[in-house]
Design a protein around this ligand. Sequence first.
Ligand code: ADP
Length: 245
Amino acid sequence: MRLVLLGPPAAGKGTQAERLGARYGIPRLSTGDILRAAIAAQTPVGLAAKDIMARGALVPDEVVVAIIADLIDAPDAAQGFILDGFPRTVAQAEALARLLEERGLRLDAVVELKVDEGILIRRIESRIAQMRARGETLRADDDPEVLKSRLAAYRAQTAPLVAYYRGKRQLRSVDGMQPSEQVAAAVARILSKTGKPTRAKRRAAKARTKARKRRGKSARQAGPRRPQRRKPGTRKAARRKGRRG
Ligand code: ADP
């Protein structure tokens, strides 16, 4: 299972990614977590990203694309992964498509968590206030002002990905304002349908079975399916011939 979770900051991507990761036994790949770890370890990437993240802007594409390339190639991601916080720009989405194509892989789905921004801001502000009251350490960008910048970055640079993936017919949307369990159930329903044959393919398969039965052959006797040779428009002529012969 290879999945992208899309949605604004604090839409609940992290929570859902953790749940899904546990359910499918695949890792959650979060560029935000990797960047925060890089800042803590004071690596060159961390030093470059620190101020950008503190003001709620986006780290350059090439930095996060390099991080994701490494994560995708790690052995624990061999069976799949859930991308949380990546891609965040169309350029990142294109880079991801290239990375996957080079490896003969594809995304199973892109799930968008749809949320109401007004409610979201109030939700985050009250979460920040509660954490402060409990004396817990806040993230450098967990600040009502920075949050507004993060939302602005989302609107300008990340929201276009909704149209991008819709155009590729990969987008599925879920109401992210529901309680977390219900969001998880909705995502699970979507994922249970991915990879299943489309209605048209199911109908064609059914028609083939029916035709075979009419001819009185079992699937094995019928052998492998041959491509249809008949040219369009000659169906009637073929039927007429059949009746005569
Ligand atoms: P959230 O989704 O809660 O805003 P994340 O942990 O995903 O937070 O990201 C925090 C910050 O890390 C972002 O505001 C941005 O500065 C940086 N970041 C994370 N992922 C990316 C990315 N794919 N591209 C650019 N910057 C990123």
